[in-house]
Design a protein around this ligand. Structure first.
Ligand code: MF3
Ligand code: CO
Length: 263
C-alpha cells in the first residue's frame, strides 16, 4: 500500500483490530484462493505470455472459488492483478501489450475477498534465464520476507519486522522502498498498522495474538527513490534499477506466526 501522506488526526492513530478464530478461518480461505491464483500464474509464466492473459486467468480462478478480486475498483484501479516487470516496483497494469520476455523478472500481486474477508500476497518470478543480479535480488527479497515473518511474534513490535527486512536487504547491498509499506488486513485490504520495510528494532506498535499483517518487502538493486508513471499507477525506480516484491498475509498466534497465504 501507499505510505500514508496525511497527518494523523487529533484522535490519534486508528486502532488495530484483533481477529477472532472464525475471522481467521475466513482469512485463511481468502488467502488460499490468492495462493492458488499466484501458484497457477507462476506456472503459466513464460516468454511470450501477456500480462493481460495472467489477469484473465486470475479472474477465472477467483470467480470459480466464489470470491471477488480485491484490487479491482480499489481507489479506481481497473484490474484484478498487478503485474510489475523489472524496474516496475508495484501496481504495474496487466496490459495486452505487456508481453513477458526471456530475462525479465515479474512481480505478481493479487488480492481476493471471500465472505467479506480479504487475502493479499505477492511473489516475483523469473522469465526463463535471468541475470545473476536479478536472481540474487529475488532470493534476498524472499529471504527478507521469511526472516521478517519469523519476527511476527507476541511481545515483538512492528518495527522488529521492518528492521529485519531492511537489514537482510542492505547487508546484501540492496535497498528497500520507502514509499510503500505492508499493512494490517481483515475486512479491509488496508488496515492499521502500517508495516514499513525499514525501521528500528523495539519501535512501533506491540504485536498481539489475532493481529493479521500483510508483510511485503519491496527491494531494489539501486536507489530506493520511485516515480509514478503517467498512467497514475505504475511505480518504477527512478534510476530504473530492478525491483522484487514478495508478500504474505500472516496471523500472529500464541504458537507463533501462521502464514495464511502459503502456496
Ligand atoms: N498488495 C498491494 C497493496 O497492498 C496491492 C494494492 S493494488 C491496488 O497495496 F490496486 F489495489 F491498489
Ligand atoms: Co499488500
Amino acid at each position: 500500500m501507499r505510505k500514508t501522506q496525511i497527518v494523523k488526526k487529533a484522535k490519534g492513530p486508528a486502532k488495530i483490530t484483533l481477529k477472532a478464530p472464525w475471522e481467521i478461518d475466513l482469512l485463511r480461505k481468502a488467502n488460499a484462493i490468492v495462493a492458488e491464483v499466484l501458484y497457477t500464474l507462476k506456472e503459466t509464466i513464460a516468454p511470450g505470455v501477456s500480462a493481460w492473459d495472467l489477469n484473465r486467468i486470475a479472474e477465472e480462478i477467483v470467480q470459480k472459488r466464489g470470491a471477488l478480486p480485491a484490487f479491482k475498483g480499489y481507489r479506481g484501479y481497473p484490474f484484478s492483478l498487478c503485474v510489475s516487470v523489472n524496474e516496475e516496483v508495484v501496481h504495474g497494469m496487466p496490459l495486452k501489450e505487456k508481453v513477458l520476455k526471456e530475462g525479465d523478472i515479474v512481480s505478481l500481486d493479487f488480492g481476493a475477498v471471500y465472505e467479506g474477508y480479504v487475502g493479499d500476497a505477492a511473489l516475483t518470478v523469473a522469465v526463463g534465464e535471468i541475470s545473476e543480479e536479478a536472481q540474487r535480488l529475488m532470493e534476498v527479497t524472499e529471504e527478507a520476507l521469511y526472516r521478517a515473518i519469523d519476527k511476527a511474534r507476541i511481545g515483538n513490535r512492528v518495527q522488529d519486522i521492518s528492521a529485519t527486512i531492511q537489514n537482510v536487504a542492505e547487508k546484501a547491498g540492496f535497498n528497500v522502498i520507502r514509499d510503500f509499506v505492508g499493512h494490517g488486513i481483515g475486512r479491509n485490504l488496508h488496515e492499521p498498522p502500517e508495516v514499513p520495510n525499514f525501521g528500528r528494532r523495539g519501535k512501533g506498535p506491540k504485536l498481539m495474538a489475532g493481529m493479521v499483517l500483510a508483510i511485503e518487502p519491496m527491494v531494489v538493486t539501486g536507489d530506493y527513490a520511485i516515480e509514478i508513471l503517467p498512467d497514475g499507477w505504475t511505480a518504477v525506480t527512478k534510476d530504473r534499477g530492478l525491483a522484487a516484491h514478495f508478500e504474505h498475509s500472516v496471523v500472529i498466534t500464541p504458537k507463533g506466526p501462521e502464514i495464511l497465504s502459503k502456496i
